[in-house]
Ligand binder design. Structure first.
Ligand SMILES: NC(=[NH2+])NCCC[C@H](N)C(=O)O
Length: 303
């Protein structure tokens, strides 16, 4: 039976640095995401959007900004993605900030415990409230998946930790943003994580590395969720992400080739796209290019 994708928009800025990402699901739809996927032979249904959560700061809780709101969105995502999985479809979740991936994993862990996470992101997001300067929760996604940080968030899924370190492979992170606490966690958990700097070295073939990354993850996991944060792309090339990485990250073509490699992998069982900020793209050209890359990547699953 043909694989069916189910598109879910999560227009939330609850856990991030500024406004704009709440417009991403609508922008991707206007750029023809659903129609272009269908034209490429991908079966997709549109499940609509969760409620819009506009950006705000939280001066009363500076180290864990908007925590109750982030938890609410995570729970709503878990419920909606759970429904998609129960229907036998493959979630295609469009954020929204990166905290939504906690909800996606909560849904998988409850139903399909042998699921790993390929974290294709410009940041490792290993901060916790106690040491974070910004208190922005989308910088703390992996730490909460691993069972650290704010109890309300790390305990929002069916088990804590939601994932062990062996359940995660990170790909393309920017070491400049890591910080001392992140470096300590990276070492302590022995996380499998390949920085962007190692992917852009002259002798390295990034697609070969991408293949090795998903294969390593699926050596002991039946399937994986692909988290794709567009901030893994160098902002000089493609300044669409909410949090910029100028002269860091992957060249746009390399990022899209790796995206295609991950998306074509048979064990890829769900895709989350985060940090798309249409305010950074007034003429819509980058959103259009991104839709083309997503369609090309998912189209590779169709024979
Ligand atoms: N997930 C991200 N955008 N991370 C970038 C890190 C940003 C900065 N160090 C902060 O804590 O706010």
């Amino acid at each position: 039976m043909a694989e069916e994708f189910a598109l879910l928009g999560v227009p939330s800025c609850a856990g991030t640095h500024g406004p704009g990402q709440e417009k991403a699901p609508a922008a991707l739809r206007s750029a023809g995401l659903v129609e272009r996927l269908r034209a490429a032979g991908v079966t997709v249904t549109d499940r609509g959007d969760l409620p819009v959560v506009p950006f705000r700061t939280d001066p009363d809780h500076r180290d864990r900004q908007n925590l109750p709101l982030v938890v609410e969105v995570v729970r709503a995502v878990a419920k909606a993605v759970g429904g998609i999985l129960d229907d036998g479809a493959v979630p295609l979740v469009v954020g929204g900030d990166c905290t939504i991936t906690l909800g996606v994993l909560a849904a998988y862990v409850a139903r399909r415990p042998g699921t790993g996470l390929l974290y294709f992101d410009g940041d490792l997001d290993l901060s916790v409230p106690d040491t974070s300067r910004s208190g922005i929760l989308d910088t703390m996604v992996l730490s909460h998946l691993l069972g650290e940080g704010a109890p309300e968030l790390r305990e929002a899924g069916p088990r804590t930790p939601l994932l062990g370190p062996e359940g995660i492979v990170a790909f393309g992170y920017d070491p400049v943003e890591l910080g001392a606490a992140g470096r300590e966690r990276l070492g302590r958990y022995r996380l499998r994580a390949l920085p962007c700097t190692e992917l852009t070295a002259p002798v390295v073939d990034p697609v070969v590395e991408a293949r090795a990354a998903w294969r390593a993850l699926t050596a002991d996991h039946e399937r994986f969720v692909l988290h794709f944060d567009v901030d893994v792309i160098d902002s000089v090339d493609f300044p669409l992400a909410n949090f910029p990485h100028f002269n860091e990250g992957l060249p746009v073509g390399v990022a899209f080739e790796c995206l295609a490699e991950f998306c074509a992998a048979p064990p890829m069982a769900g895709l989350v796209v985060t940090e798309v900020n249409p305010d950074r793209d007034p003429d819509g050209a980058m959103v259009d290019t991104l839709v083309g890359a997503l369609v090309g990547a998912l189209g590779r699953r169709v024979d």
